[in-house]
Design a protein around this ligand. Structure first.
Ligand SMILES: [Zn+2]
Length: 697
């Protein structure tokens, strides 16, 4: 679902959702009409006689593909047969014309749909005055929501399925390296029509997803209401932290609090564990009306009022008892409804790994385990212990002490940036210059800069690429009245990296059906390359070796942490598929078991403590349809690309060469870019070089 993916992404999570075939589901597609077998046999003979025996394999494949998606409402035997006779491209010239025209028109379709969406979001995305209620509705509208349905109805989708083969990941991996670029583009064209998910299934997924998002969005802990045995409060009034993001970030921030940091971190760990095990009292979620001791699990009416609400009078310590896993089971049940409509990837797990990531699950698992079992883990752990002056505790999976030092204070940098960039226009004008500093030839710098429009962002900033060649990429950046500050500049440089990638991978790729990069990890990695050079772009010296090694160690430790989290996410989805009738309580017990098991295997020996459940706390696990493995893979990819840039010496030409490869499998892209498939080696090698720099004990 590649070329469709971008414009459907807003409306249907179905394209992201993935699960296993269950014949009992009421949503199973209608059995093919009874006449189908006869019609196929007849047409195969007829077309082979007309176009020649050498066309037979194409004819067989096309008929098979069309029959898999054809429903009785698409027409009877006569309609089917006449559709096939009319639309089978039996000679190369017709096939070429068909391919070219689809490629051009689909570019127009996704390009203009994207253009509408960008315009409709303008008021909410840009710093352009108040947002009125109807602006929100425009921003939420997706003009392309029904495109796929329409294309099956008017049979443009069937024409593709009749003439271009669907492929499995296995084929793309095995045969893909030998394919021509046209074959790759054909594979992406067909993939756009590899599912025909009924509207009610998409709706079920959207509903389950919205419900999960809401459950997560309201999962706040009122920190001032956490009390210890003596009734003491460690956290300030009004502090409200969203699980798990804010809780985790507070653990990271608490390393700077020499007095109470450790007690705070232990308290948060206790809160997180109660969320995972579901022993957390329901009454303490998003409720400043009660005080809670997370160690004893005692709940009382709030003795302080920091939220302008009355303390609760009726307090219960009844646990949440599985509600979290009930939400996840709903997500699973909705995702599973797509299975029967996705013949080439019939489980959510397969859709995630085989279609979205295009790296087989077993390989991803092996890459994660390579990091988790690396002999570097205990060495970095020892370094952290030395810096902390105490043995590791489980929450130290979020240790935040690897920090690049800077010669300049943030205030000094703010001043430099504000002087250089008082307005978005000033930044826009400087883009060719910035690109030349990154090693782009003057002509390339001018060319790319002409394809980027700088807009003032309402939020912190983002990049919005184009979807057709006649459109430009947009760089949204925040500029205060006093001028741009350093944080804004740092983000703008990152977003500019996205825009440059977007420009090359759309305008300079040989087929627009191959526009883009294999997945978001790649565009992020390329953007980080730019961002890592922001000081040089200000005319300051590059970060020194010590600074760089701190950054590598920070990445390594974060990858170690999130690799375990990803394995939990994967194991939980497998468990759900293996136990389709499970209750929330059973899923709760299974998740706790899985989280402990993975902890004991990869973290227990390092932290000298077993049976910790922290790896199960990520909110993505509940609402994001098996998204978590993208994070560790992203870190690995970023290091591979960074290493290659260092080897090449100059960023510009190397960046263009990589970005022009387009949307092929991650391994093929990475072999073209660096000579090696996607893997953990670059990160591990950088870590072993960084350790001595960091004062490894
Ligand atoms: Zn980014």
């Amino acid at each position: 679902m590649r070329w469709l993916f971008l414009f459907l992404a807003f409306s249907t999570i179905a394209t992201m959702a993935v699960l296993a075939q269950d014949k009992s589901t009421p949503n199973a597609p209608a059995v093919p009409p009874g006449w189908m077998t006869n019609s196929i046999a007849k047409l195969e003979q007829e077309l082979a006689a007309k176009y020649g025996e050498q066309q037979r394999p194409r004819i067989e494949c096309g008929l098979q593909q069309v029959s898999e998606f054809w429903r009785s409402e698409d027409g009877d035997a006569t309609a089917f047969e006449s559709f096939v006779r009319t639309n089978f491209a039996g000679d190369q010239a017709t096939l070429d014309t068909m391919f070219d025209r689809y490629e051009r028109l689909l570019e127009q379709l996704s390009g203009h749909m994207h253009e509408i969406r960008r315009e409709f979001r303008q008021q909410t995305d840009l710093d352009a005055g108040p947002v009125l209620p109807f602006d929100q509705v425009f921003a939420g509208y997706d003009p392309s929501a029904h495109v796929l349905d329409d294309f099956f109805q008017n049979k443009l989708a069937f024409t593709v399925l009749l003439n271009f083969p669907l492929t499995t990941l296995d084929q793309r991996l095995k045969d893909g390296p030998g394919w021509t670029r046209r074959q790759w583009a054909e594979a992406r064209l067909a993939e756009g029509f590899s599912k025909r998910v009924p509207a009610d299934v998409n709706l079920a997924i959207a509903q389950a997803s919205a419900q999960a998002d809401q459950y997560i969005a309201e999962y706040n802990i009122w920190m001032h209401h956490l009390v210890d045995g003596k009734g003491q409060r460690l956290f300030p009034p009004k502090m409200r932290l969203l699980s798990h993001w804010n809780l985790r970030d507070e653990i990271k921030a608490d390393y700077a609090d020499a007095q109470k940091g450790l007690a705070k971190q232990r308290t948060i760990q206790q809160v997180m564990e109660r969320i995972v095990t579901q022993s957390i009292p329901k009454a303490v979620i998003n409720n400043p009306g009660v005080d809670w001791n997370p160690f004893t699990n005692e709940v009382r009416p709030a003795a302080v009022n920091d939220a302008d609400t009355q303390p609760a009078t009726d307090v219960s310590a009844a646990p949440e008892a599985g509600a979290r896993y009930g939400v996840l089971l709903n997500v699973y049940a909705a995702a599973k409804k797509v299975d029967p409509y996705s013949p080439t990837a019939s489980t959510l797990i397969a859709r995630r790994f085989d279609e979205d990531r295009e790296i087989p699950e077993q390989r991803v698992k092996a890459m994660l385990e390579q990091v988790l079992t690396s002999p570097l883990v205990p060495q970095v752990a020892k370094l952290i212990e030395a810096r902390l002056g105490r043995p590791l505790e489980p929450f130290d999976v979020w240790y935040s002490g690897f920090r690049p030092g800077s010669k300049y204070s943030e205030a000094e940098l703010d001043q430099m940036v504000a002087k250089k960039y008082p307005t978005p226009e000033a930044y826009q004008k400087d883009i060719p210059n910035l690109l030349m500093k990154l090693g782009f030839a003057p002509e390339r710098a001018q060319y790319v800069a002409a394809n980027i429009v700088v807009d003032p962002a309402r939020g912190s900033g983002h990049a919005m690429g184009a979807e057709m060649r006649s459109e430009k990429a947009h760089l949204r950046t925040r500029v205060e009245k006093s001028g741009m500050n350093y944080k804004g500049f740092n983000i703008a440089v990152h977003e500019m990296g996205h825009n440059v990638e977007q420009t090359f991978s759309l305008n300079n790729v040989d087929h627009t059906l191959l526009k883009g990069v294999p997945n978001t990890a790649f565009t992020e990695a390329l953007a980080f390359v730019f961002q890592g050079h922001d000081l040089e772009l200000l005319g300051l010296p590059a970060p020194d070796a010590k600074s760089q090694s701190e950054k590598v160690l920070n990445d390594f430790w974060a990858t170690y942490e999130i690799s375990g989290v990803a394995l939990v996410d994967m194991a939980v989805w497998h468990w759900m598929y293996d136990h389709p009738q499970a209750t929330p309580q059973q899923l709760s017990e299974a998740t706790v078991h899985i989280a402990k098991d993975i902890w004991n295997r990869y973290y227990g020996p390092v932290f000298h403590k077993n049976d910790v459940v922290l790896l199960g706390v990520y909110s993505h696990m509940i609402d994001s349809f098996l998204y978590l493995p993208d994070y560790p893979i992203g870190h690995m990819i970023a290091h591979q690309i960074e290493e290659q840039m260092k080897k090449a010496g100059s960023i510009g030409p190397e960046f263009e060469r990589m970005a022009k490869m387009g949307d092929v499998t991650p391994d093929l892209w990475m072999i073209h870019a660096t000579g090696r498939p996607v893997g953990a080696e670059a990160l591990l090698e950088a870590t072993s070089r960084a350790l001595p720099q960091a004062g490894h004990p």
